[in-house]
Write a protein that binds this ligand. Sequence first.
Ligand code: VGL
Ligand code: ZN
Length: 201
Amino acid sequence: MKTLIIIDVQNDFMPTGSLPVPLGNEIIPVINNMVNKFDLVLATQDWHPLNHVSFASNHKGKSNFDVIKLHGKPQTLWPNHCVQGTKGAEFHPYLNTKNFEAIFRKGTNNSIDSYSAFFDNGHLKSTGLTGYLKEKGITELYFCGLAADICVYFSILDAFNEGFNCTFIEDASKALDNNKFETTKKDMITMGIKIISSKDL
Ligand code: VGL
Ligand code: ZN
């Protein structure tokens, strides 16, 4: 069963949002035009409480994009984004969500960040996505969305390590930092993850 996982296509990651991904809005028509090529379409939402540890506003004296140590690991501090129940956390209004079979929310625990659709950043807690996919016998996953160098990348890494066959759809994704994206792409190629264009589907 050919399965698409659409990562975090939410208002706050759009050019007019609080944590803008350059040209993030350009992927909407690309995604809408390809969803019918899949047997199953799933999506994620970054879904933070207002007191989330990844927000610079919750750390006295810290600024957006500072990096701190959290549970012994580097944590980037972000502007407030995708706060549960706000407009910014909603899917982009033009994204066709009609055929989404399920939506997985992540980053809901205030004390740990979660870039991947599968696990939090400390790999302490699963979102249940692996179990959901394995129960359905799914082996082949396609990924797209925002941000290509962060949440899409970490979702693909986890999916690969969970034994799924992974493909990244490049023109249906945009990166927050294009230099970092080049590195993550090399990583993906080294691991044997396929990188395609939606035209190849
Ligand atoms: C994301 C930074 C913080 C993402 C989420 O969806 O890529 N990036 N939270
Ligand atoms: Zn976030």
